[in-house]
Design a protein around this ligand. Structure first.
Ligand SMILES: NC(=O)c1ccc[n+]([C@@H]2O[C@H](COP(=O)([O-])OP(=O)(O)OC[C@H]3O[C@@H](n4cnc5c(N)ncnc54)[C@H](O)[C@@H]3O)[C@@H](O)[C@H]2O)c1
Length: 357
């Protein structure tokens, strides 16, 4: 197993080090090689995605990424900014399917800002399309109109095959998640009443659903979905949506779980090669202080074992160790409550390693 390890910026190096520690503790036959991306890539090679980093990522079976970005790069030309490195690597590796589970650990029910009865037992999988939509559509840019006024343009677009392949990922995952003979459920989120792109999205998802008679398909407009996620989140099982809606809804869902520091993610290509990263950003405000929550990154490593390496046993081992560390009361600052043991980033990594055994 070859893993490219790309720590990135801000808290990236701190949290990735904890995930690497956990993977090493499992004594798997893996080789891990580190390379810079984002601001670190710009510093090292004048490019947020240096050629050598992209090459390493292409040759690896999976990529473990921290996060990219820092406000100090905000003044760089757009193509040199850290986030471009991230968008480009997703595109270059053809990682079109982003899986973001929002799962509430019972120990953290009080860390959510929602009432425990609304969120306890929450287990949602948000499937977000990652390589299309308004983030990539052309034309785009800022230009000056003849009257001297500036105009900004982005283009929302999806073609049928892009919608079908992400839909398929969502239906397949729903089938796998089916528990105790319950009906598998997919909720497709769009804005088909206003946007033609998502009118097509809905048509294609409906066509595809004919291949999955076991799955109950529903549709929801994105504004309602944003509301329902807060009002009654447990109504959802798998949600599937486009890039921009998924970006926003998955961050919203993260707060149901108490902290964005708890949410892992996987981005997969058609052959289950994947890039695994926490859902949060580089948190420059707390970088270098050893206080970030590394659990989202550690849980991303667990997703890597499950989805790319089909190693369910060790994936579960990591998840159980995280649960155990939480049950023992270990908490980083973002999830700490009265009576718990507040620990730093590396101490939390150590607690998970200790819980593996
Ligand atoms: N995938 C990515 O790499 C990614 C995603 C989002 C934002 N960013 C970049 O990150 C930088 C900061 O963006 P932002 O502040 O909007 O989002 P952010 O996710 O970095 O931080 C939002 C808030 O959550 C906190 N937080 C985030 N991760 C945490 C963790 N593991 N433990 C504890 N607290 C945590 C931060 O301290 C901050 O208060 C920007 O440069 C942005 O472009 C990168």
């Amino acid at each position: 197993m070859k893993i490219a390890v790309l720590p990135g910026d801000g808290i990236g190096p701190e949290i990735v080090a904890q995930a690497v520690k956990v993977l090493n503790a499992l004594n798997l036959s893996i080789s891990m090689t580190e390379a810079p991306i984002g601001g670190a890539g710009y510093e090292a090679a004048g490019d947020p995605l240096p050629d050598a980093t992209l090459q390493l990522a292409k040759e690896a079976d999976a990529v473990l990424l921290g996060a990219v970005g820092d406000w100090k790069y905000d003044k760089l030309e757009r193509h040199l900014r850290p986030e471009r490195g991230l968008l480009r690597i997703r595109k270059e590796l053809n990682l079109f399917a982003n899986l973001r589970p929002a799962l509430l650990y019972p120990e953290l029910a009080n860390a959510s800002t929602l009432k425990p009865e609304v969120v306890s037992g929450l287990d949602i999988m948000i499937v977000r399309e990652l390589t299309g939509d308004i983030y990539f559509g052309q034309p785009r840019g800022i230009s000056t109109l003849p009257n001297g006024e500036r105009e900004g343009i982005n283009t929302m677009r999806y073609c049928e095959s892009e919608i079908r392949r992400i839909g398929r990922v969502a239906f397949d995952i729903a089938m796998k998640r089916r528990k105790n003979n319950q009906k598998a459920k997919v909720c497709s989120v769009d804005k088909a009443n206003v946007l033609e792109t998502t009118e097509l999205w809905r048509q294609v998802i409906i066509e595809l659903s004919a291949e999955y008679p076991e799955v109950e398909l529903s549709h929801m407009y994105v504004d309602n979905a944003a509301m329902q996620l807060i009002r009654a989140p447990k109504q959802f099982d798998v949600m599937v949506t486009g890039n921009i809606f998924g970006d926003i809804l998955s961050d919203e869902a993260s707060m149901l779980t108490g902290s964005i520091g708890m949410l892992p993610s996987a981005s997969l290509d058609a052959n289950n090669k994947g890039m695994y990263e926490p859902s949060h950003g580089s948190a420059p405000d707390i970088a270098g202080k050893d206080i970030a929550n590394p659990l989202a990154t550690i849980l991303s490593a667990s997703m890597m074992l499950r989805y790319t390496f089909s190693d369910e046993t060790n994936a579960l081992k990591i998840e159980d160790a995280v649960k155990k560390a939480l049950a023992l009361g270990y908490r980083t600052a973002d999830i700490v409550t009265d009576g718990c043991k507040k620990v730093g980033c590396s101490e939390m990594g150590d607690a998970v390693v200790a819980a593996l055994n």
